[in-house]
Design a protein around this ligand. Structure first.
Ligand SMILES: C[S@@+](CC[C@H](N)C(=O)[O-])C[C@H]1O[C@@H](n2cnc3c(N)ncnc32)[C@H](O)[C@@H]1O
Length: 692
């Protein structure tokens, strides 16, 4: 029964399923291209606090070899075996160096002038006191706030809705990935028990018995399967409703409106009730006609499920609905779950200062446990545990790396800047991507790093200096002023200001502080910025002529709708392949809207699928305008609000509600430009049309 039941508990199907990746140890999961498009085989790792506390955690390097005390002949892995996850046992420091070198030999640039020799630093005199004590929790004070959390708008403090989930993080829906994960965990454990002459026979017998039991179950399933029909399946599903296996569990009853009111008056449901109700609603919604209570509608189940998600995970109702709609029902729960878990800590090697293998070597020597992120990047490293604050090592201070989310490498990889090019990073602070671009240009050409927020350009400038970028000009304009400020760029990156719905695990205030109006205004700003970004690209560029538009948000309004708008407004641009080897295709249709079919060339990244922040990346090629296509460069900036809103209406926005906000924004812009702003009571749409 257990096995059949497990098979029937229909797991959410990935949109682009791939074989389940083999499991990796908790705390060691990497955002590997192997499993990027498939379901995660297990929960993403939480921030590692204490690598010594877990006897199962294999610490690659437990301490920094002290000066003059090389551990000749001593393996760094406790059992002296290949761990099976790409790390081999290493006998001494010399081998360790050779090993690290080989691990990181996959495409680091070999420009001898492009990096500092670590020997230049007196690393031996660095106080290694922390290595002797308990492993510390990572301290990211130095940059995380600037480099990561600043990716999403800061939220006001104090507006907190207590999430029930915080009381007990638990997976609501057992998924296929869980099943395979536990299977592969088991086999991992088997692998870890070393086969010896003594246990070989017992192990072999156990394996035979296991195989026989499996065969018997298969046969039983085949016999049963011949008579099975969907009704039986439902009966089974109902009978196993209690996850503890209690067959007498009450059949699920969806509360009526009156019962919900009553429940509210009693102070809300308890955790177990919410958990079970979410599970049951998902189950019913997956096979509504068979499983729904008589007389109850689909929207009642969906409404209950969304209300429970909001209270369990602590979101406002509006955002739950917006995010819920992006996924099939069960997958939506996976997305919300993933937002409760920190993403892996990752750093980007600054190839202007060092090479990845040298950086890895230096950090390994300090007691940092790390690995390359995946095949798709030759500069990224994932940090599993560290005995030193990763944002304050000598290498960090010397600019050998940037603390940077794996997802934020993607837009720059897609941009693919070439030496000697002129590049604009239109919204660049605090400079994670700017400094990456500078490094790919190998300090040639020029990067104009712009950000409208002057305060934020301070951390941008600091990072530019720390990382030794000599080809960066920092400026502070509203991006909508480009290309009037300057144009003719070979490539432009617009990493747009956004709602941050992809980085909720970093900034949970997004759960509560985003409203419909925020999305409308953001989308409008993004549309204005993208047109200016397109017009800043030189279609005559010999080597480029590209724009990359990205956000750390997963909503369609901020991504596909913006890109589609740009394609409609600028017939001289087309979407091209991002060059990224993974990621889900962008939507070409969404809730009744149809976008340009080429939107399938854009890429979406999700925390629950790719174990990285939610992200969107698109790449445009800008071509010369034909005479028929040419329009005044800033036509849209002066565009009557009516027209802008019309565009938005076609993408499903509520123009009436937005109109006052859009007009206010227009008034502020006019004021800033020194134009006469008519009195507010006369400022109807006609006025703006007249002004334009
Ligand atoms: C997602 S963050 C950029 C992160 C940056 N690309 C990085 O990798 O470090 C968006 C940035 O857009 C800036 N911004 C907001 N409105 C802008 C505008 N109208 N023009 C230019 N920059 C703007 C914000 O100040 C913020 O720094």
């Amino acid at each position: 029964m257990g096995r059949r039941a497990k098979n029937k508990q229909s797991a959410p199907e990935p949109l682009d399923p791939k074989p389940t990746p083999s499991s990796k140890k908790l705390g060691k999961r990497k955002a590997d291209s192997d499993d990027l498009d498939g379901k995660q085989s297990q929960r993403p790792s939480k921030k590692v606090k204490d690598g010594q506390g877990n006897p199962k955690a294999k610490t690659k390097v437990t301490s920094k070899p002290t000066k003059g005390s090389k551990k000749k002949g001593k393996s760094i892995l406790s059992d002296g075996q290949d761990s099976g996850d790409g790390w081999e046992d290493i006998d001494d420091d010399v081998h360790l160096k050779a090993h690290v070198k080989s691990l990181f030999d996959d495409g680091d640039e070999e420009d001898p002038d492009a990096h500092l020799d670590l020997d230049e630093f007196d690393l031996d005199n660095v106080d290694d006191e922390p290595l002797r004590g308990q492993l510390q929790e990572f301290d990211f004070d130095t940059d995380e706030e600037e480099e990561e959390e600043d990716d999403s708008p800061k939220a006001p403090v104090g507006k907190r809705k207590k999430s029930k989930q915080a009381e007990r993080p638990l997976k609501i829906i057992p998924t296929a990935s869980d099943a395979s994960s536990s299977d592969s965990d088991a086999s991992d454990d088997d692998d870890e028990e070393r086969v010896t002459m003594v246990n070989m026979e017992a192990r072999s017998k156990a394996l035979d018995a296991h195989a026989a039991a499996e065969a018997e179950l298969d046969a039983e399933e085949l016999r049963g399967g011949a008579q099975e029909n969907e009704e039986d399946e439902d009966v089974d599903m109902d009978r196993e409703a209690d996850e503890e296996g209690n067959m007498d569990a009450e059949p699920f009853h969806l509360p009526t409106t009156a019962e919900r009111e009553e429940e509210k008056a009693r102070g809300g449901p308890d955790l177990q009730v919410v958990q079970r109700r979410m599970r049951e609603c998902v189950r019913v919604l997956e096979k509504f006609s068979k499983r729904a209570e008589k007389g109850r509608s689909r929207s009642e189940y969906t409404g209950q499920l969304m209300a429970d998600i909001a209270s369990y995970y602590g979101y406002n109702d509006f955002l739950v609905e917006k995010l819920f709609q992006l996924f099939p029902v069960a997958e939506a729960i996976e997305f919300f779950e993933a937002n409760e878990v920190s993403r892996p800590v990752t750093i980007r090697t600054n190839t202007l200062r060092t090479r990845r293998r040298d950086l890895a070597q230096a950090l390994v020597n300090r007691g940092v446990n790390l690995e390359p992120i995946g095949k798709w990047t030759n500069v990224g490293l994932q940090v599993f545990e560290s005995s030193v604050p990763i944002g304050a090592t000598p290498e960090y201070l010397a600019g050998h790396y940037m603390l940077q989310a794996a997802s934020s490498l993607l837009p720059v990889i897609a941009l693919s800047p070439q030496p000697n090019e002129r590049v604009l990073d239109m919204a660049s602070a605090p400079g994670g991507k700017t400094t990456h671009i500078a490094a790919l240009l190998q300090n040639t050409g020029v990067v104009f790093a712009n950000d409208a927020n002057k305060v934020r350009t301070k951390s941008l400038t600091a990072n530019v200096h720390r990382l030794g970028c000599k080809n960066v000009v920092v400026c502070s304009y509203d991006g909508r002023e480009f290309p009037k400020v300057m144009g003719g760029f070979d490539r432009v990156l617009l990493d747009a200001p956004c709602s941050g719905t992809g980085v909720i695990s970093k900034d949970s205030s997004v759960k509560l502080n985003k409203s419909d109006r925020d999305f409308t205004l953001l989308s409008h700003l993004q549309k204005q910025l993208i047109l200016c970004a397109i017009d800043s690209v030189s279609p005559e560029s010999k080597t480029g002529g590209y724009l990359v538009y990205s956000t750390c948000s997963v909503t369609v309004d901020e991504n596909e709708a913006v890109v589609d708008y740009a394609l409609r407004k600028r017939p001289n641009v087309k979407l091209v392949d991002t060059g990224l080897s993974f990621g889900r295709e962008g939507f070409t249709k969404y809730r009744g809207k149809t976008f340009n079919p080429s939107l399938n060339l854009t890429r979406r990244f999700y925390p629950h699928v790719h174990n990285m922040d939610g992200f969107f990346v698109s790449k445009f090629k800008v071509e010369k305008r034909t005479k028929a296509q040419s329009a005044p460069v800033d036509a849209e900036m002066q565009e009557p609000v009516d027209e802008a809103v019309d565009q938005e209406e076609s993408a499903g926005f509520d123009s009436e509600e937005d109109r006052p906000y859009l007009e206010d924004a227009k008034r502020r812009r006019m004021k800033a430009k020194g134009l006469r702003v008519p009195p507010r009571n006369k400022a109807g749409p006609g006025l703006i049309r007249a002004k334009a």
